[in-house]
Ligand binder design. Structure first.
Ligand code: GDD
Ligand code: MG
Length: 357
């Protein structure tokens, strides 16, 4: 009798503080911020489910209690979701090790691991097939999705040889040795997870990957240049939202609106307001007469008053942008108030509850 293949499982590391996204992450993890009409993680969960993953473990820490009420048990996607809490963040490698007991024990199984902030259209099924292709009779230990980028300094640099074998892993350096970077989607042989030290902070990027390469483990790269974006900054979050709404970023989680905006059924947009350029206007938000919202996200219950102009910006839940105010490339925290006529410049951030102008 042949044994049924082990179910494919996945881990999403989602316990970071989201510091680069403050003030939007003051009250929630970045992983649950809306991107194009749904909480970000729904894009990843829907993709994993579509690639055949049957069980996803979320490794949470910061605002851990917010995940399950929003994402549920996975039945919406026909899969199972479990939640594992780190009381104290254990780093990316520690987080992976910490969920080992929630995974099935088959040492030869494949475990997909995602950074919980990457919007990607890469061929995950193809990466899984490549992972299961032995090299010179030897099973792959770890596969890393790699993408070429113009500026690699903010990422993990991953040089490979002609056969695609990973030669090194250098996390965030001023002089990147290659423009080929770690895209934050790994496939681990289940047994490799058990080699990560228990109960202490471990960086998968700074410790586990360099260690595996030094120990001659078979670590391979899977290069795929499909749509890819780390949504970890306000600018990237807005760009990703626009890409999802306009259909530039392929996602099974939500339908595109190529005509230009996603407006919640219970949002109020005045007849004389203009909302477009891939904007999202969330539940209970108001855009008053004469206001313009372009390529922006207006979160739950936020108010854009008459004749205001909001471009390439995120207006947080419950915030208010005053009459004729102008925002371009601005991040407004929850419940903040921007005075009538104020002009804010690109890169400005307004704290939760602040009054500006
Ligand atoms: N559970 C848990 N515990 N998750 C964590 C922890 C932790 O202690 N620390 C970070 N994470 C999660 C974050 O929430 C995020 O989903 C993921 O790990 C990656 O952390 P980031 O803070 O977003 O890392 P990064 O963007 O600077 O760099 C990483 O991603 C790049 C690609 O976007 C690295 O993996 C780079 O090598 C990579 O190029
Ligand atoms: Mg990131």
């Amino acid at each position: 009798m042949t044994q049924a293949p082990a179910p494919i499982e996945a881990v999403i590391v989602a316990g970071g503080f989201g510091t680069r996204l403050l003030p939007l992450t003051a009250r929630r993890p970045k992983h649950l911020l809306d991107v194009g009409g749904v909480p970000f993680l729904e894009h990843q969960i829907a993709r994993l489910a579509r690639a055949g993953v049957q069980h996803i473990v979320l490794a949470t820490s910061y605002h851990a209690d917010m995940f399950e009420p929003i994402l549920g048990d996975g039945s919406r996607w026909g899969i199972r979701i479990s939640y594992v809490l780190e009381e104290v963040p254990l780093g990316t490698g520690g987080a992976i090790r910490n969920v080992a007991e929630a995974l099935s024990p088959n040492p030869d199984g494949a475990v997909v691991i995602l950074n919980g902030d990457v919007l990607s259209g890469h061929d995950l099924a193809g990466q899984l097939a490549d992972f299961e292709t032995p090299r010179d009779g030897r099973a792959v230990d770890v596969s890393l999705h790699l993408v070429p980028v113009a500026d690699a300094r903010a990422f993990g640099c991953v040089p490979t040889d002609d056969a695609g074998r990973v030669l090194d892993f250098v996390e965030k350096s001023d002089n990147p040795v290659t423009n080929q970077i770690n895209a934050g989607c790994y496939i681990f042989r289940r047994r490799v997870i058990d080699t990560i030290p228990v109960g202490r902070e471990v960086s998968v990027e700074r410790e586990t990957f360099p260690g595996l390469v030094a120990d001659d483990a078979l670590v391979v790269g899977f290069v795929d240049s499909a749509y890819w974006r780390d949504v970890g900054t306000p600018q990237a979050l807005v760009d990703a939202a626009v890409d999802v709404v306009l259909g530039v970023a392929p996602t099974p989680a939500v339908e595109a609106v190529p005509s230009g905006a996603r407006i919640a059924a219970d949002a109020e947009v005045a007849a004389g307001a203009v909302v477009g350029g891939g904007s999202v206007v969330m539940s209970g938000a108001v855009v008053a007469d004469g206001a313009q919202v372009r390529g922006s996200v207006v979160m739950t219950g936020a108010v854009i008053e008459a004749d205001a102009v909001v471009a390439a910006s995120v207006v947080g839940p419950g915030a208010r942008v005053g009459k004729a105010a102008i925002l371009d490339g601005v991040t407004v925290g929850d419940d903040a108030v921007i005075a009538d006529g104020a002009t804010l410049a690109a890169g400005d951030r307004v704290d939760v509850g602040a009054q500006v102008g």
